[in-house]
Write a new protein. Sequence first.
Length: 146
Amino acid sequence: MALLAAVLMAAALWMLFFFLSSDGYVVEGGRYFVVDVAGERFIIYVTERETIRLAEENMRGLNSMFPIGELEYGDGGFNKPWSWHLNSESVRMVEVAVEVCDGLPSHVEADLKYWVEVVGRYCPWGGRIVASADSVEELLGQASIK
């Protein structure tokens, strides 16, 4: 049991380091992605090179990863009509995450203070990338976001 706890702690520390590290893989300009979660959609803006690659692969059906990122108040200038967005520098594509940050975009909207101030992150397990573009205007024209 102690060995399992040690392994889980090491994995948690590695994930924490991965999410908090900023090691020069940020792309100037970034890329916008539409995420579909059981028919509800929201937009993320991704600035990290590897995350952009993984999101593009997800859109083409080449992986089953989903986005995770720090929640912030406001639409961030790109996640209209929602009252929240994922911090662009924190967005990553992952295969697993704790269940507490899973849910629909409408769940986040309905209890925004709890999600932003208590949960802190959003990780829709069923989230799949369905569109991408260099500008948010391109995405708003081709997708019904909410």
